[in-house]
Ligand binder design. Sequence first.
Ligand SMILES: [Cu+2]
Length: 133
Amino acid sequence: MFQRASAAVALLLGAAVVAGCGASPSVQQVEILIHYSHFSPTELTVPRGVPVTFVLVNEDPIDHEWLIGDAAFHERHRTGTEPAHGDRPDEVSIPAFTSAQTTLTFDEPGDVVFICHFPNHEAYGMAGVLHVT
Ligand SMILES: [Cu+2]
């Protein structure tokens, strides 16, 4: 996994990275594969208050996106028309056959959902859940 993640980082095209200030707590890194318009895994668990770097590897010949947030956030994006993302750590565009990474820290325990909001992708099953403990 580590070697694969390094390759993904090398392909990184300026994705936003938000690092915590001050003392650096151990950064967790998780990899999410995108294949046949599905995320893998679809369920992840991370501790709250720790920066988590998500390495998003798109193995598909089509573009996808990875948006993570609460119900209101997703409702906005379901009706949104933004063709690309990249300036926010919780909204990541992953063009075909590329990788991207983003780092987020979740302060509240609970479930957060990640979804690709390209037309019909969510309905096809392109969604997953992050458990923050
Ligand atoms: Cu998609």
